[in-house]
Design a binder for this molecule. Sequence first.
Ligand code: HEC
Length: 103
Amino acid sequence: MSGRLAAGTGMKISTITLIITAASAFQIAPAAEQPGKALVGQHCQRCHDNSIFTRSDSIIHSWPELQARVEFCDNASQAHMTEAEINQVIEYLNDTYYKFPKP
Ligand code: HEC
């Protein structure tokens, strides 16, 4: 009797563990693919937070404008990111906020 109870409990715990493991894997995957997120967190919060990317009177209306703005703000922030890092930031901002068609 007590043996059967223990077996049943064990199965429930491993099911829960499996669900938690699967859920964390889904959370980690997109973050790992988006190195631009860390760069924005590191370099861009001094003057504005991420809410500026969704403001209703956005000054960004296309991929080239986003590209130009990130380069401008890279200079303004004196972050001196590499071209690869700037592209990662553009990709991250576009995937997360702007959703322009990629040229
Ligand atoms: C020295 C201050 C400063 C820093 C640091 C800065 N920005 Fe900006 N950013 C601004 C200002 C000011 C505006 C608003 C310009 C306007 O309204 O004409 C702006 C606006 C923007 C916009 C346009 C938002 C929209 O949709 O209207 C983007 C995109 C942007 N910044 C990206 C970045 C990124 C990426 C970084 C980090 C590399 C960064 N900014 C760091 C000053 C800064």
